[in-house]
Design a protein around this ligand. Structure first.
Ligand code: GDP
Length: 437
């Protein structure tokens, strides 16, 4: 009904107060659950949400949002910030640049080495050389050769040599001779962390002095990924993390925990077996994925984009002075409409989607109201008292509505004015507080 529409407009105008311990308690719980579901350890999830909540308390919610929605957005932004804010590039300053790839067997090292070579060749105009350093698994050498052929990048391998340090040294020499400006060394991994493997990779690392040491980890291993990340970091002090197998349904919480535990940036994510399935890591996108609440985040972003804070302050002043008029009301309606399709917007709100499913909110909801206001003269809009019987008739015929509809709008507008005035009064504010806003 028209009343509902006016209520909604009024609600938008008023905003909904502040973020308080009580009004976001449920949301915080939900966010924590989402994080744990995404394989973030409980402790990291709890510390994180506690910290974010602390920060958000008291924040004003002045847009057409509610505290819960704003809270999700704040959590999202903090999450992205924690995972590094912006994406971080590789250091390609060496001549040649030496990149060492480390990780457990099966994590996707060899596949990633191929992808990285492909990326540097096609996107960065480099001339890479791949080095097969997995001396224990003949199949790994073969695998790298196949990939190299596929992407047109040469592979250096010594099938008979079992000394990875020597192979790496020989490969550097070979790289210089062949004018390769990037040398990517794939290394041997084991199924679990073991001392011999760590010693070996430490030696290779000390010998070749890589510009970039990248640790590859399977995102599907969840909490285990964190222990592995830590063990490798203790030995190699690597520069970046590569999360693989994100094409599965894992939510990627390991990204957050690894970042928290080793404080190293995630540089790439791997999303499939094809050579092209490599993406730069974007913290904001990963935050969407981990939270699984991307829709709310985009709703808030859209609302924030459309919301003009200056205008809101101006309107609040007008309400306080009881000079809110039909022009202001029209602006308010337009703002709501600018936010996009009403039903789409409502559908993005968790919980509300279901409740609203059967209610028809069409984009034309305000059409009649707008038409009536448009048919008023500027003077009438600013001073509705002027609107007498003959003006009502003129407005009705101008807007294609009836005098009855014009009357209804005028009546509701005047009631709304009274209500706004009341809400600005001490008694009204008390009442709003009592209702928990
Ligand atoms: P390595 O032992 O660390 O060298 O691991 P591999 O590169 O041989 O990868 C192990 C397995 O995982 C292979 O079957 C790869 O095809 C597969 N793999 C690697 N990266 C991805 C990925 O991003 N997505 C999927 N779905 N599979 C991957």
């Amino acid at each position: 009904s028209l009343q509902d529409k006016l209520d909604k407009a009024l609600h938008t105008l008023k905003g909904k107060g502040q973020i308080t311990e009580i009004n976001v308690a449920e949301t915080i719980k939900e966010v924590r659950r989402a994080l744990v579901d995404a394989d973030v350890s409980y402790k990291v999830a709890k510390d994180f949400t506690d910290k974010v909540k602390e920060k958000a308390l008291g924040q004003n919610v002045i847009t057409s949002l509610n505290p819960n929605q704003l809270m999700v957005k704040i959590v999202h932004d903090e999450l992205a910030e924690l995972m590094g804010g912006d994406s971080e590039e590789l250091n390609l300053s060496g001549n040649p640049t030496i990149i060492l790839i480390a990780g457990l067997q099966g994590s996707g090292k060899t596949t990633f080495s191929g992808k990285l070579a492909n990326y540097l060749k096609t996107k960065k105009g480099k001339n890479p050389l791949l080095v097969a350093g997995d001396v224990y698994r003949p199949a790994a050498i073969e695998q790298l050769k196949v990939l190299g052929e596929q992407i047109g990048v040469p592979v250096y391998a010594e099938t008979e040599n079992k000394n990875p340090v020597q192979i790496a040294q020989n490969a550097l020499q070979k790289g210089k001779e062949g004018n390769h400006n990037v040398i990517i060394i794939d290394t041997a991994g084991r199924l679990a962390i073991d001392e011999a493997m760590m010693n070996e990779i430490r030696q290779v690392h000390q010998t070749v002095k890589p510009h970039e040491t990248l640790f590859v980890v399977d995102s599907m291993t969840g909490q285990d990924a964190v222990n592995t990340a830590k063990a490798f970091n203790d030995v190699l002090d690597y520069n970046g993390v590569i999360l693989t197998k994100l094409d599965g349904d894992t939510r990627g919480g390991a990204a957050l925990t690894i970042r928290t535990v080793v404080d190293k940036p995630i540089k790439f994510i791997s999303t499939g077996e094809k050579m092209e399935a490599l993406d730069i890591f974007y913290p904001s996108r990963m935050a969407d994925r981990i939270l699984g609440m991307g829709d709310v985040v985009s709703l808030v972003e859209r609302a924030q984009e459309q919301f003009d804070e200056e205008e809101a302050k101006r309107l609040q002043k007008k309400i306080a002075k009881n000079t809110f008029d039909f022009d202001d009301f029209l602006k308010q309606i337009q703002q709501i409409k600018r936010m996009g399709n009403m039903k789409d917007l409502m559908g993005m709100i968790p919980g509300a989607g279901k409740a609203l499913k059967d209610i028809e909110i069409d984009d034309n909801a305000f059409k009649g109201v707008e038409a009536i206001i448009h048919s008023m003269t500027p003077k009438e809009r600013q001073n509705p008292q002027l609107i007498d019987a003959s003006r009502k008739k003129r407005i009705a015929s101008g807007s294609g509505t009836s005098v009855q509809e014009v009357n209804q709008l005028l009546k509701q507008f005047s009631e709304m004015g009274k209500m706004m005035k009341f809400m600005q009064s001490p008694g009204g504010r008390q009442m709003m507080q009592a209702m928990g806003k």
